[in-house]
Each structure stands twice: as C-alpha cells, then as structure tokens.
Design a protein around this ligand. Structure first.
Ligand code: MN
Length: 221
C-alpha cells in the first residue's frame, strides 16, 4: 500500500482523501464519518495500545505481524489480529471507494475475472453470495493466491486474507456498522449500492501490485 508510514508503529489513520458525503446516496455521510473516526480510529488506538509494551515489534510493518500471529506474545496476539486486521482492512476500504474512476472493471483484471468466474455478472453474483452468507460480522474479498489465481472468499471479524497467505485485491465490509444507519438489516440493498461506488481504476492498480508480489515471492526476491 502507499504511504507505508501508516502501517508501522505508531499506527495512524490514513487520510481518506475525500469528504464523508462523497459517496451519497449509496453510502451516507454519517455512516462514513462514524465508520472512519470511531470504528477505524478505535482499531488504530487499540493496536497502538497493544503494541506499546513490546518495542521489538515496532520495527515491523503491520502485514508482517498479521502473517505471523502465532509468533506474537500471547497477551496481545488476539488484539493485534482484531485491531491490526481492522486497520489494514479499513485502509483498503477507503482506498477502493475513492470517488471517480471506472465503475466497472477494465483491462487485465476484467479479462481474468471473465476467465475465472465466467463473466462480470457471474462474478458479482458469486461475490454477493459470499458477502450475504458471511454469518455475523466480516468481509467478502477478491483475492489472488500465490499461484496468481483469483478467488472469492469471505473472512470473519477483521481477519485479512494475508493471514491465509492470500493477497487482498478488494473487499466489501459487511459489518452492520458499515450499513445499519441507512439500510438497517437489509444487507442485500447495501451490497447492491456498494457496487456503484467501487473505483475499478484503484482496484486494477491493486491487482497489478499484488501480481508483482506473487512474482517476487516465487523468485524469492
Ligand atoms: Mn468496518
């Protein structure tokens, strides 16, 4: 991700780069404000509090911690998982919702989506199904595996796909805090709305970055 300083201790909220009402009417301004300042802000504060007494972990980037949760001190492992995952997930979230950009996938990612899922409509249907069937709180994701293949998955709570050695291209937040004020229990209506505000230029860029990481990992660079 850009602006790596947000992903190392002391962690900070990355700039959202647009106003809380920028995604109206699909995502309302109050939800955006509370989601960003209170929920994401809370994850950042709790993550810093957990890591404060372990200076030897301050030199690592968040991704390194999340990929090595079993190596962390037991008293903070769960907090780093939840709050660190929350920080990373929401940083991706604001980025892929940046207003503007293409409203549908183009270029190489579209070709890969067509090849893997049998067309964009089928992809959207499968993605929504993963998002709808996530019980309780969590995320649905388009990920790239270490063989360069696309998959749709969902994760519980604030788990990020890198905890499973999968790279997140984009995700949709299906915690109730991301939609309840406007959509109440209607997760399907919220999901339909979100597809109108995804920025596929940003998502394509993330796909290209993740592909490079796959190549590096294969050659060991
Ligand atoms: Mn959220």
């Amino acid at each position: 991700m850009e602006n790596r300083q947000y992903f190392k201790y002391p962690y900070r909220l990355p700039e959202m780069g647009y106003s809380y009402d920028a995604l109206e009417p699909y995502i309302d301004a109050l939800t955006m404000e509370i989601h960003y300042t209170k929920h994401h802000g809370g994850y950042v504060n709790n993550l810093n509090a957990a890591l404060e007494k372990y200076p030897y972990l301050h030199d690592y980037y968040l991704e390194d911690l999340l990929m090595n949760l079993s190596a962390l001190p037991l008293d903070i492992a769960e907090s780093v998982r939840n709050n660190g995952g929350g920080h990373l997930n929401h940083s991706i979230w604001w980025q892929i919702l940046t207003p503007g950009g293409s409203k549908t996938p183009t270029g190489e990612l579209l070709q890969e989506i067509n090849k893997t899922f049998g067309g964009f409509d089928n992809f959207k249907e499968q993605f929504n199904k993963a998002a709808m069937s996530r019980f309780g709180s969590g995320w649905a994701w388009l990920v790239l595996d270490r063989f360069g293949k696309l998959h749709i998955i969902s994760t519980p709570n604030q788990d990020n796909p890198i905890m499973q050695n999968l790279m997140p291209i984009f995700g949709i937040d299906v915690w109730e805090h991301s939609y309840y004020l406007k959509y109440q229990n209607r997760r399907a209506d919220y999901l339909n709305a979100v597809w109108n505000v995804l920025n596929w230029d940003v998502i394509e860029k993330r796909y290209q970055e993740m592909k490079k990481k796959v190549l590096y990992s294969i050659v060991g660079g």
